[in-house]
Design a protein. Structure first.
Length: 348
């Protein structure tokens, strides 16, 4: 169900609501959801600008910055951090919570650079066999990054306690993922490697699943406040699905299991009203069907016909679901724990 200004105008024209009451309701709802992330032009610009600024200090850091040495990098990171915190405080005073979350995340993004610079300054870096530049932090797996990640998590926890902004959960999720990768060679041995080897893919999938479970817990606990679970769901889904999809299975049974997992993702996303699971699940099913079309049923004339019949059958299931949605929903939610049932009912 969607309530917009046009719907309110239609309700006024039909005599259901007096204009004064409709205006008061619209002002109340506008103020309440003003800072909820959406596809408004302003919000798109917020996220685009914020992610570009964060990327400048992370993924897109050039090797030229290494010329500043430890002292120079430390001063630069501190200057960035202080500026970002000042912007965050100013934006919060202007009641602009969404861009404030982005500038606070920018402040957190300076922490690993500052720790890296401090290690250089104190002579702890580089170590023989260790990555040689800060850019490697985002590309290579190595246990030596752990101190940078711990400092980032501590800073993010302080920022969440201070500002209570949902977007700050994103750097926490990313850093936890980095840490899960970097702990692998530390715990099980091995030299630094990229994020794309088979062991990293398995760790990524397992970590993503754990992140999704954590997101559900956060979802239940914060169901009556701001959506602190949003970025946990997004990043957990991306890391789980990405790790799972990148694994190469030579078995058709394994590929079928992959398709069924994607079907489960769509159902899970529908239950919690989290679109990211439905989108990724749909892409995964399309990849599996593409595999069947180009490999298993390469020369079959019946495959497109059978696939069309399956698609129409799914549409028919959707029609039946829409007609009996309330009864089916109540029946499916009956066995859920009370907090999760309340969460699903609120989302749907």
């Amino acid at each position: 169900m969607r309530l917009d200004r046009k719907t309110l105008e239609e309700a006024i024209a039909a005599g259901i609501l007096p204009r004064a009451q409709a205006e008061s309701l619209w002002n109340f709802l506008s103020g309440r959801y003003e800072h909820t992330p959406s596809f408004k032009a302003a919000h798109i610009l917020y996220y685009l600008g914020g992610l570009v600024a964060v990327g400048a200090l992370t993924l897109f850091m050039t090797l030229g910055w290494e010329r500043f040495g430890g002292r120079g990098l430390l001063l630069i990171s501190v200057a960035y951090c202080v500026t970002a915190i000042a912007l965050t405080e100013w934006l919060l005073r202007q009641r602009l919570d969404l861009p404030a979350g982005l500038t606070a995340a920018l402040a957190i993004a300076t922490v690993p650079l500052a720790i890296y610079a401090l290690q250089h300054l104190l002579g702890f870096w580089p170590v023989t066999g260790a990555p040689k530049s800060y850019r490697d932090y985002h590309y290579l797996i190595d246990w030596r990054w752990i101190l940078m990640e711990l400092a980032t998590l501590i800073t993010a926890a302080i920022a969440l306690w201070r500002y209570r902004l949902p977007f700050l959960v994103l750097p926490v999720a990313v850093t936890l993922w980095y840490m899960s990768m970097d702990l692998t060679p530390f715990l099980f041995g091995g030299e630094p490697s990229s994020f794309f080897n088979q062991r990293a893919k398995i760790v990524s999938a397992v970590f993503g699943l754990a992140m999704i479970c954590l997101a559900i817990v956060v979802d239940v606990r914060s169901r009556n406040t701001a959506d602190f679970a949003f970025w946990l769901h997004v990043f957990g889904a991306l890391t789980f699905w990405g790790g799972l999809t990148s694994m190469d299975s030579a078995s058709e049974v394994g590929k079928l299991v992959y398709c069924l997992v994607n079907v489960a993702l769509i159902a899970f996303g529908a239950a919690l009203a989290r679109r990211v699971f439905a989108v990724l699940g749909g892409i995964g099913i399309a990849l599996y069907l593409g595999h069947l079309s180009h490999t298993v049923f390469k020369d079959s004339m019946m495959f497109p016909i059978a696939l069309t019949a399956i698609g129409l059958g799914i549409v028919g299931c959707g029609v039946l679901w829409q007609r009996h949605e309330r009864k089916l929903g109540e029946w499916l939610r009956r066995g859920l724990p009370a907090p999760i049932r309340e969460l699903v009912e609120a989302r749907t």
